[in-house]
Design a protein around this ligand. Structure first.
Ligand SMILES: [Zn+2]
Length: 385
């Protein structure tokens, strides 16, 4: 791999603006809600088609129920096993049938359509970076593309694939959209959801009130304690966003449940927070009632210590191409937390710049397709062997 190779591969990317935009239009025009397996698999088929046409090995890890995981591989020189991982998710939050209503369109420098920023433009970028890297073979280390299908609903299956394939990687780059400022994401909160279920004892609210054990009262006390876990200075929030329970206003409630969302900045906070949640749920409530808690989903945090060095490398690469970029914190979660929590240097938000994700006005800044791909290429190539 030589400096001249890098300049040639970067120049090749410089000529791909039209091809990247066409590819983006193709992906946006495939409905791919997280629960739409045929849709997320069609996105994988399209990507695999481009990669294979460019002599890059790509295969589906088939899944009978959920969307497949798409894996792409560029070999490294023998003796170097630890890969660089390029990640992305193919699912969107938009229901199947959105594309016919508002398909891909361009207005000025912006592309619009469901998932255009989050993150079909990131998928296009990762594929073109793989193609540019393929032009530089032999590479000093393997490069792995890892494209999952369930990030927007908690990455249950994606996490398993990420932790299996990325373990031991030398670096991971997640192509969530670049922030509207153009910045990368160097720090993200972790977050988890819990279901708290309380059982009590029913009784007629008029005739036998004292025989009852109100599950609603027990739950209400626990909600107050759970909300008190919020500590804005530490970056911890606890929110019960959904409650249900009871039978009728004239019955002491025999059951009640609540859905709890917590966010935290570090794995250390996570341990303490989760232990406190279990303690609160175990505390005695109204005599005759009992509570249980089940964790239903989780994203791990991207702690800034895992992104610092890659940010500096990316900034140097971007400066050579002619743009400046900083790292940014966001409270939102992503798959980047899974690789960071394995101790892998991780940078997120390396996708093209975009905004208004998860809304009808979501857009991608098309002029950032090529330079962001070039900056990522340069960053990868500059990693130590
Ligand atoms: Zn996303």
């Amino acid at each position: 791999m030589t400096a001249r190779n890098l300049e040639a591969a970067s120049a090749w990317l410089g000529e791909q603006r039209g091809a990247m935009q066409t590819a983006l239009a193709d992906l946006v025009d495939i409905d791919s809600n997280s629960y739409d397996k045929p849709g997320t698999d069609r996105v994988a088929d399209a990507m695999r088609g481009w990669l294979q046409a460019d002599d890059i090995e790509a295969e589906h890890l088939a899944d009978p129920a959920d969307g497949d995981v798409l894996i792409a591989r560029l070999p490294g020189l023998s003796g170097s096993e630890a890969p660089v991982v390029l990640m992305g998710h193919r699912d969107t939050v938009f229901p199947t049938g959105t594309v016919p209503q508002r398909p891909w369109r361009v207005e000025g420098d912006r592309g619009y359509g469901p998932g255009v920023a989050d993150m079909k433009s990131g998928l296009v970028l990762q594929c073109f970076v793989l193609m540019a890297l393929r032009r530089m073979a032999p590479l000093p280390f393997p490069v792995l593309g890892l494209f999952t299908a369930d990030e927007e609903i908690g990455s249950h299956r994606g996490r398993v694939a990420i932790e299996a394939y990325a373990r031991g990687a030398r670096a991971a780059f997640n192509a969530e959209p670049g922030r509207v400022t153009g910045n990368l994401v160097t720090s993200r909160k972790g977050g988890a959801n819990f279901l708290v279920q309380v059982s009590g004892r029913a009784a007629h609210a008029g005739m036998n009130h004292a025989d009852g054990a109100s599950a609603i009262e027990t739950l209400a006390r626990k909600i107050t304690s759970l909300h008190a876990l919020t500590d804005y200075d530490a970056g911890i929030t606890a929110n019960v966003g959904l409650i249900s329970g009871g039978m009728s206003s004239n019955t002491v409630a025999p059951s009640a449940e609540a859905k709890l969302d917590v966010r935290f900045r570090t794995l250390e906070q996570r341990e303490t927070l989760f232990a406190r949640i279990r303690e609160i749920v175990a505390e005695p409530g109204v005599p005759g009632s009992a509570a249980t808690v089940t964790q239903t989903s989780e994203f791990l945090p991207l702690e800034p210590k895992w992104s610092e060095e890659l940010l500096a490398r990316y900034q140097a690469s971007a400066a050579q191409i002619g743009f400046t970029v900083e790292g940014e914190f966001t409270g939102g979660c992503s798959d980047a937390g899974f690789t960071a929590s394995l101790g892998i240097p991780t940078l997120c938000g390396v996708g093209p710049v975009g905004g208004k994700a998860h809304t009808d006005n979501e857009y991608c800044c098309l002029e950032t397709l090529v330079p962001r791909a070039q900056a990522l290429l340069r960053t990868i190539v500059g990693l130590p062997d």
